[in-house]
Unconditional design. Structure first.
Length: 426
């Protein structure tokens, strides 16, 4: 017998929540097959089998919190599905079912006992995104009964929501809704007779909330603002976008300009690329820039490594790749750790101005916002409508003085309004 344990996750992560079992008791697995999906504070991780065999026993259920090193299942090595080992496992499982159910999927297994193994696998795991699976668990929806609008048959969160709404219309008694708890014994005063719904925060959302509060309680955070005339950048993008796309197979966006400008300003104001460790300041001599991305599971900040060494095309490709991984919930822990400074773009959601919160332990974050045509004084006699963007720098006043912060932001503005200067960075 082989124990399946929670592996080492990352230096800062010691526990997670079992999001979904990908294999059931009695299933045959090959070395490298994913067995269980684990939700951590930052990303979802799939734990794979190190040996061939049969899942003999599942020790922890979906929703359970597990720590690194915990045994969560038992694998019978070198078994073959359909052979004597599989039959013995199935007989043992049938004998145990009336007394105790080893995992939370017993309702799915009972009607499938007479089906072949391969057929049961397809029924147990329909094609669906991780976000859709999580929502289905919260709403008590059977994914196998959800109609997918995706041409490839992949179930998405909107399909699960539609199935939930459809199920609740005829009558109120849904067969499976363990996570949708009624308002019995609330801790806050609910309005009598008004419909409410209680939804448990995901582990990642709880962690985001905790860290944001910690930052505001521990850092002396201030924000300074400026505005950028985007005329020159828009002109370059208009003139060069087709050639850039043809040559590099990626579009020339705004993020490469801002990343280059931030790196240039950080080189002149190194305290904004630092970190406080006890009574010391750690000055970082490299430039790993975090790019905040809004994903379905919550805000994540993948890191563009050595941004100072990348070309405009290299930065755009890296951001495009990381953004896609974030939306598909495929980011690895290494892609989320170790950033030295962060850029966040609220403008894509329509924000005109905001005060971004620091991404601890970093001491600086730049906020981009929407581009709006505004009248600008060209000189004492002329006014022109120019594409303007407000930018914001939140910084930790414990090591960054106001003069340095304002000068940093002014330098970013200067380089963005003279984008050719970004090509001359040393």
């Amino acid at each position: 017998m082989i124990e399946i344990k929670v592996p080492e996750l990352a230096e800062s992560i010691s526990e997670g929540t079992i999001a979904q079992w990908l294999k059931n008791v009695g299933d045959n697995v090959k070395k490298g097959d994913n067995i269980v999906e684990l939700e951590t504070d930052k990303v979802n991780i799939e734990i794979s089998a190190d040996y061939d065999g049969i899942i003999q026993e599942v020790l922890r259920e979906e929703g359970d919190t597990v720590e690194v090193g915990d045994v969560i299942a038992v694998l019978k090595e070198n078994g073959e599905a359909g052979g004597e080992a599989a039959q013995a496992t199935e007989s043992k499982e049938e004998a145990k079912q009336p007394a105790v159910e080893p995992i939370g999927t017993a309702q799915e297994k009972q009607p499938q006992e007479t089906q072949p193994t391969e057929e049961r696998k397809e029924t147990d795991r329909p094609l669906a995104s991780p976000a859709a699976r999580k929502l289905a668990r919260e709403l008590g929806i059977d994914l196998s009964k959800v109609e997918a609008r995706d041409p490839l048959g992949r179930v998405r969160p909107e399909d699960v929501k539609a199935a939930s709404e459809k199920a609740s219309q005829p009558e109120q008694k849904a067969p499976k809704a363990p996570e949708k708890k009624p308002t019995s014994a609330p801790k806050t005063a609910d309005v009598p007779g008004k419909p409410v719904e209680r939804v448990k925060l995901s582990r990642r959302r709880q962690t985001i909330a905790k860290r944001l509060v910690e930052v505001q309680q521990t850092a002396a955070m201030l924000t300074t603002f400026n505005e950028v005339d985007m005329t020159a950048i828009n002109d370059i993008r208009k003139r060069r976008k087709d050639a850039f796309l043809q040559q590099n197979d990626v579009k020339l966006g705004y993020m490469s300009f801002f990343t280059k400008a931030v790196v240039g300003a950080l080189k002149q104001f190194p305290l904004l690329n630092a970190e406080i460790q006890g009574d010391e300041v750690l000055l970082k001599k490299f430039y790993d820039i975090g790019i905040a991305v809004g994903a379905e599971e919550g805000l994540v900040v993948p890191v563009v490594r050595d941004a100072d060494k990348l070309s405009f095309a290299g930065i755009e490709k890296e951001i495009l790749s990381l953004g896609k991984k974030a939306r598909d919930n495929k980011l690895t822990l290494s892609e989320l750790q170790g950033g030295t400074f962060t850029i966040t773009n609220g403008g894509i959601f329509g924000s005109l101005m905001s005060t971004p919160i620091l991404n601890a332990p970093q001491v600086g974050i730049l906020g981009m916002h929407g581009i709006k045509l505004r009248p600008v004084a060209i000189d004492a006699e002329r006014m022109e409508n120019r594409p303007m963007m407000y930018i914001a720098l939140s910084y930790d006043h414990r090591i960054v003085d106001g003069r340095e912060a304002v000068s940093f932001l002014a330098k970013v503005k200067e380089m963005l309004e003279d984008p050719e200067s970004l090509l001359l960075q040393g």
